[in-house]
Design a protein around this ligand. Structure first.
Ligand SMILES: Nc1nc2c(ncn2[C@@H]2O[C@H](COP(=O)(O)OP(=O)(O)OP(=O)(O)O)[C@@H](O)[C@H]2O)c(=O)[nH]1
Ligand SMILES: [Mg+2]
Ligand SMILES: [Zn+2]
Length: 364
């Protein structure tokens, strides 16, 4: 078996020894005499099932092997931004295996069905970005903190737009947050306070940025990157809500050798607790649902529904289907309760969102 990557590549993109070991195992499993050599690659973006991956040779667009598409137990097992994968570069670049994730940031996907969505993989830190001139909901921060910690990464709260408020306001915001949570006040726009981010931006470190639309995630990425890679958008003056400018997740490398994953603004980051994830992962219906034509398939009258096929062929039993529906109802109920609580703590925000924003948000 050949190894086809350089040490420089491994160091630059955070291909740590744990990934190398897993890669070698995966390569042994997937490598055959007829194969072209495999190579490790890191997912930097994902578009409709196609992966943008970075390899020793540069960036390529890859598809998933048929086996990965069908074997994966639900979307959570599919490669996502930040994942390391084993890639077969030719004839057409194909991801043949996803290497074991060390950490992840996962939310409940908004939609009719409750589903885990891994927003970022193999991240050391999550910058929870907030805007110092907007209200901070300590409850919301606590939810972010728990979601980040349950995926194994370290949360850091960024109070951005410090240029718009005075020091007193910054101090009182920081005081509302749990003491053991690192907090950094900064201005992305004016590049102030960046020095305090250094501990998390060392060579080979990976950081995901999350937070509401318009808080300045992409602005920060661009300034740290020293290049305009991510589009940024004005915040509407009327109610200071963002416009959902960023529409896909993207991993970029900084001059310091750290990697940042920019994400679209979240309306809410719903906790995906390990126990729920566990129940979801052992749900046989979720496994089959990975093969439905539509990702948000309701398994009722959508064309190409693998679940209905499996029930009629007897591959899934009626009982398994009923148990699945029961679980979905419970999770939906729980989600509605969380939404009501969230809406109560932030009454003004929701009403003001205009139709344009709704349409934009739907497209994601
Ligand atoms: N005054 C001030 N404005 C900022 C700062 N950082 C970002 N902004 C502005 O806030 C607006 C939104 O910034 P973005 O970087 O697009 O926000 P985002 O978090 O990426 O938003 P989404 O991609 O929609 O999730 C832009 O007009 C930025 O110029 C800052 O530190 N101070
Ligand atoms: Mg953005
Ligand atoms: Zn279906």
């Amino acid at each position: 078996m050949e190894t086809t990557y350089s040490v420089a590549f491994a160091t630059a993109w955070g291909f740590r020894p744990v990934f190398r070991r897993d890669y070698e195992r995966a390569a042994l499993t997937h490598f055959s005499r007829h194969d072209a050599a495999l190579t490790p690659a890191r997912v930097v973006a994902e578009h409709r099932g196609l992966m943008e991956v970075i390899t020793s040779e540069g960036q390529v667009t890859a598809r998933l092997s048929g086996r990965l598409r069908h074997d994966a137990a639900g979307r959570a097992d599919q490669p996502t931004v930040g994942d390391w994968v084993a890639l077969r570069p030719s004839p057409a670049p194909t991801v043949v295996a996803v290497l074991h994730r060390q950490t992840h940031l996962t939310r409940q996907r908004a939609g009719r069905r409750t589903e885990a969505q891994v927003l970022a993989a193999n991240i050391d830190t999550v910058f929870v970005v907030t805007s110092a001139n907007a209200d901070l909901s300590p409850r919301r921060i606590e939810r972010y903190r728990r979601a980040v910690a349950s995926g194994g990464a370290q949360p850091v709260v960024l109070l951005n737009k410090s240029d718009l408020v005075d020091d007193l306001r910054l101090k009182s915001l920081a005081a509302e947050l749990p003491r053991d949570l690192p907090v950094v006040a900064l201005s992305a726009l004016h590049e102030e306070g960046f020095g305090a981010l250094e501990p998390w931006l060392g060579p080979g470190a990976t950081v995901a940025l999350v937070g509401s639309s318009g808080v300045g995630k992409s602005t920060l990425v661009n300034r740290l990157r020293e290049a305009e890679v991510m589009a940024t958008g004005e915040v509407r003056a009327t109610d200071s809500t963002g416009q959902h400018t960023t529409t896909h997740r993207q991993l970029v490398r900084l001059p310091t050798g750290a990697m940042l994953i920019d994400t679209p603004g979240l309306r809410e980051l719903q906790l995906w607790s390990p126990e729920e994830a566990q129940r979801g992962a052992t749900d046989p219906v979720a496994r089959v649902a990975a093969c439905c034509r539509f990702r948000d398939c309701d398994h009722r009258d959508e064309p190409g529904c693998a679940v209905r096929d499996a029930v009629s062929s007897g591959e899934l039993t009626q009982q398994q289907w009923i148990a699945h529906e029961q679980l979905q109802r419970e999770l939906a109920h729980q989600r509605r309760r969380q939404d009501v609580r969230e809406a109560r703590s932030q009454p003004r925000r929701r009403k003001k969102r205009n139709l344009g924003n709704k349409l934009r948000a739907k497209r994601r």
